[in-house]
Design a protein around this ligand. Structure first.
Ligand code: TYD
Length: 202
C-alpha cells in the first residue's frame, strides 16, 4: 500500500473550516481511504496539554512559537508520520501555515525565524494539499461573535486578523500547487461541491 496523503485546513478564526472537516473526511472515506482526523495545536496527549496552555496562558512570543513547534514535533512523530506510512489519509485542522499566518503575519515575527524552526521540526515535509478557507475579516468577526467562549487568539483585534488573512493569501499565491483558497463566504452546499471536485482530483 502507498503512502497516505496529508491534507490541512487553514483560515482565520470564524472562516468556517471546522464546519467542513467532517464532510471532507467523508469524501476521502468514499474514495476508499482510512482517515485520521486531527488538529493543531494538539493531536497528541502532550500536544493537547500544550494547546490548553497556548490558548489560555499569556506568554512571550518566542515561547508561543517554540511550544507550537514542540506540539507539532510530537504530532508528527506520534500521529502524522505513522498514519501516512500505514497508507491512511490524515486531515489536520491547522498546521505550520497557521504559525506563519498567526505568529508571522498576526504577531509580526520575522518569517525566516519561523522558517528555521519549520526546517528543524519537519525538514522538507509539507502537506499534499492545504485548503485555505477565506472570508473577509468582517464576516469572520460576525461568525465568531455567534460563538460562546473564545480563546486568547480569538480576542485579538481586527488589524491582527487582517494581517493573518493577508499572510495566508500571500502564502497561497506563492505555492498554488499545494494551497487552494476556498471562498468561504458562499453557502455550505456550494463549498462542499468544490471540496468534492478537489478531493477527486488529488
Ligand atoms: P482553532 O483551530 O480555530 O480551533 P477552534 O475551532 O476550536 O477555535 O484554534 C486554534 C487557535 O490557535 C487559532 O486561534 C489559531 C491559533 N494557532 C496559532 O496561532 N498558531 C499555530 O501554529 C496554530 C496551529 C494555531
Amino acid at each position: 500500500m502507498g503512502r497516505g496523503k496529508f491534507i490541512t485546513l487553514e483560515g482565520v478564526d470564524g472562516a468556517g473550516k471546522s464546519t467542513h472537516l467532517n464532510c471532507l473526511a467523508e469524501l476521502v472515506r468514499q474514495r476508499g481511504h482510512e482517515v485520521v482526523l486531527t488538529r493543531e495545536p494538539g493531536g497528541t496527549r502532550l500536544g493537547e496539554e500544550l494547546r490548553t496552555l497556548l490558548l489560555g496562558e499569556p506568554m512571550h512570543i518566542d515561547t508561543e512559537i517554540l511550544l507550537m513547534f514542540a506540539a507539532r514535533r510530537e504530532h508528527l512523530a506520534q500521529v502524522i508520520f505513522p498514519a501516512l506510512a500505514a497508507g491512511k489519509w490524515v486531515i489536520s485542522d491547522r498546521f505550520t501555515d497557521a504559525t506563519f499566518a498567526y505568529q508571522g503575519g498576526g504577531r509580526q515575527v520575522a518569517l525566516d525565524r519561523i522558517g528555521t524552526l519549520e526546517k528543524w521540526v519537519q525538514g522538507d515535509f509539507q502537506p499534499d494539499l492545504t485548503l485555505v478557507f477565506h472570508v473577509s475579516v468582517e464576516i469572520a468577526e460576525q461568525r465568531r461573535a455567534g460563538r460562546s467562549g473564545g480563546d486568547r487568539f480569538e480576542q485579538l483585534d481586527k488589524a491582527f486578523f487582517e494581517r493573518v488573512s493577508t499572510q495566508y493569501l500571500s502564502r497561497a499565491a506563492a505555492d498554488p500547487g499545494r494551497m487552494r483558497i476556498i471562498d468561504a463566504s458562499r453557502s455550505v452546499t456550494d463549498i462542499q461541491k468544490e471540496l468534492e471536485i478537489i478531493i477527486l482530483s488529488i
